[in-house]
Design a protein around this ligand. Structure first.
Ligand code: NAP
Length: 288
């Protein structure tokens, strides 16, 4: 499990180890501590170290979730972004024996957001360097059999001890009675991190059935709508929320409507995703 100290990797490690998987998690600078999980440090851009780690660990399956995930950082450091997100993915794919399944976590930001409710049939059309790097990593996965891309929608989670999630950011602001500025023009299919963990476990136990799946929650909603639902479930004062448009934020361009259709995954793996209210309640109870 690469990226074990990250938002997704942390929850995946916890869930998979509780499910009885023997989990070895990698990190770069933030060394996590989680009972039942063994951790290894590796810098993905250091190819000899990646190769040495694969040789040492000899994984029976690889979930590759480590990445440079901030679109703004990727735009500032395009070469590092390519080394971490693309070259390292190729190194892992090419150096795992054919019998070892490799799962790559990708993103809804491979789309330009002009259409929304994208299915696996839609061609990627990234608008920023992060999205382009993930498309290149996906293409490397498609060249190898026994591999799958899980294109994940915006996650909501309790974050990891090292990396916050946008939900933890909202929580902090509500707790301090500070204004919570939320985009009214950014639509996603938010998915609870516990559902992604269950989904990854299904793929690991049932096997890879196709090379690409979308994995989002069942609802399409704006960040603003999500924030209002979050405030209601957590009992925060909705009046702190201020709707804004993405242009006002001065961030690197992200697609407006990158919502995903995930029916294929739900059908192939008999998967029933949590509704938004179930996911938010689980988040409040701190489940993973
Ligand atoms: N979060 C979301 O909403 C979301 C949505 C769609 C798709 N995804 C995908 O899900 C995956 C995980 O995302 P995330 O949000 O959990 O990421 P994150 O919280 O930003 O964590 C990134 C992880 O990658 C590791 N990493 C970063 N650079 C590295 C390097 N040079 N060498 C080795 N490890 C490195 C980090 O290790 P350190 O902590 O040690 O630096 C950390 O474990 C990514 O593939 C992302 O594209 C996430």
């Amino acid at each position: 499990m690469t990226g074990a100290s990250g938002v997704l990797g942390w929850s995946l490690c916890r869930f998979l180890s509780r499910e009885g998987f023997e989990v070895i998690g990698t990190y770069n600078i933030n060394g996590p501590d989680l009972s039942g999980v063994r951790f290894e440090q590796v810098a993905l851009e250091d190819e000899p170290s990646v190769l040495a780690l694969l040789k040492k660990v000899r994984p029976t399956a690889v979930v590759h979730a480590a990445a440079m995930t901030s679109p703004d950082d990727c735009e500032r450091e395009p070469e590092r972004c390519l080394a971490v997100n693309v070259t390292a993915t190729r190194v892992i794919l090419e150096n795992c024996p054919a019998a070892v399944p490799v799962l790559l976590t990708s993103t809804d930001l491979v789309f330009d957001g002009l259409k929304g409710l994208y299915s696996e049939e839609d061609s990627p059309s990234p608008v920023n360097h992060y999205g382009r790097s993930k498309v290149m990593a996906e293409n490397a996965v498609f060249e190898r059999s026994n591999s799958v891309v899980l294109r994940i929608a915006k996650l909501y989670s309790n974050g990891s001890p090292f990396h916050p999630c946008f939900t933890t950011w909202m929580e902090d602001r509500f707790e301090r009675d500070e204004e919570v500025r939320l985009f009214e023009d950014q639509f996603r299919s938010p998915i609870w991190v516990g559902d992604v963990a269950r989904a990854v476990a299904r793929v690991l136990t049932q096997g890879i059935r196709a090379s690409l799946y979308h994995l989002g929650g069942p609802d399409r909603l704006s960040r603003l709508e999500f924030g209002r639902a979050f405030a209601e479930v957590f009992g925060y004062d909705e009046r702190l929320i201020r709707p804004i448009r993405s242009q006002e934020a001065g961030l690197v361009l992200r697609g407006s409507d990158c919502s995903l259709r995930s029916d294929l995954f739900y059908r192939d793996y008999g998967f029933v995703p949590s509704s938004l209210s179930e996911g938010l309640r689980a988040l409040k109870e701190g489940l993973s």
